[in-house]
Write a protein that binds this ligand. Structure first.
Ligand code: ZN
Length: 349
């Protein structure tokens, strides 16, 4: 009887050990930045100097979260439960980058493992958020001040994109945006988002258009240009390639650019081209202008989220245009109205 229990215990312990090792094997596949990798290894092995660890070691009496969450600061709290993590996640969601939240470290590990591959970037982003939130927590303890939710979220994107995708997004960024929102989402602070669209017209003509905005939804520029009639997909592609004619020098100073269109095939195609470029180090001439940006993300949007770009392509003004401020006489009120509406929806003035 006794022996049996011991065997059962040993088996259970082996099971745990095996589980832990397997988890660690796939976490490595996320290719986290070495510092983030180390943080996760410590979180995973319950080796972070959390308040609950200090109490267990009788170094301190206070086991709560230093942010005043009024619960024990243990690996589950650091692994997803803390309100700071939730606030940062909600910001990322507002920017159109959907990341999950978890109740405990076990759920988190299970969830992240499922995201491996198709949603690898989202998983990487989550791991990065947790690390930055932990760093900010340590800063709070030593300096009394925390990093803002905004700066953590923006930093997390830069880290995740750089460490995993060499300045470009993974091949499945759009799979990562399964929860397509029905409205326009602003880019992260310091980034630019350019929405593009194409429209087929009569008489073998097509038009392409686009709008660039910043993280507050502020207008940066808009353009429209006629094309010979191709098919719908080709037109969408040309709308993106046409950007090389409209991007301005100052745009390269931005943290990055999100190029968003509502044709899933074309966005996939561009994501794949960039992936090939990373391997071959040869980029097609038509895409070479992208190299000057600090980071480029191609993102798929619903038609509703791409409304203003669609408007540019379908306005059918007599001449093609490139507006660089809102004082241009030729800007129709309908465009201004839509721009204002989308800006108002963001709740930022
Ligand atoms: Zn907390």
């Amino acid at each position: 009887m006794r022996e049996g229990s011991i065997t059962a215990l040993t088996l259970a312990a082996d099971g745990i050990h095996e589980d832990r090792t397997t988890h660690w094997i796939w976490i490595k596949k996320l290719k986290l930045n070495p510092k983030i990798d180390l943080f996760w290894w410590r979180l995973y092995n319950n080796a972070l100097p959390s308040n609950s660890l200090f109490v267990n070691r009788r170094i301190s009496f206070f086991s709560g979260c230093p942010r005043g969450c009024e619960v024990v600061e243990d690996k589950d709290h650091i692994g997803g439960r803390c309100f700071k993590i939730r606030k940062v996640a909600s910001l990322l969601n507002n920017w159109g980058l959907h990341i999950p939240v978890y109740e405990c470290l076990e759920d988190c590990l299970g969830g992240l493992q499922k995201m491996l591959g198709r949603e690898g970037l989202a998983a990487n982003l989550y791991c990065t958020v947790l690390w930055l939130v932990w760093k900010s927590r340590c800063k709070l303890i030593y300096t009394g001040k925390e990093d803002s939710d905004n700066s953590i979220a923006a930093n997390a994107i830069s880290f995740a994109v750089q460490s995993n995708f060499l300045n470009f997004q993974q091949d499945n960024w759009d799979a990562y945006q399964l929860l397509l929102s029905s409205h326009w989402n602003p880019p992260p602070p310091g980034w630019i988002k350019i929405n593009v669209d194409g429209a087929l017209m009569k008489n073998n003509r097509a038009r392409i258009g686009g709008v660039a905005r910043d993280d507050k939804g502020r207008f940066l520029l808009a353009f429209d240009n006629p094309l010979q009639h191709w098919d719908a997909a080709q037109t969408e592609l040309f709308a993106i390639l046409f950007l090389k004619n409209v991007v301005k020098e100052w745009m390269f100073e931005a943290q990055g650019v999100i190029i968003e269109g509502d044709n899933r095939n074309i966005i996939n195609f561009l994501q794949n081209s960039v992936k090939e470029w990373k391997v071959s180090k040869v980029i097609e001439d038509s895409l070479a202008f992208l190299i000057d940006f600090k980071q480029v993300i191609f993102s798929y949007s619903s038609r509703l989220g791409n409304k203003l770009a669609d408007m540019c392509a379908t306005m059918s003004l007599e001449r093609s245009f490139l507006w660089e401020d809102l004082l241009e006489n030729s800007i129709p009120p309908s465009f201004l109205h839509c721009l204002k509406e989308e800006c108002d929806d963001l709740g930022i003035s």
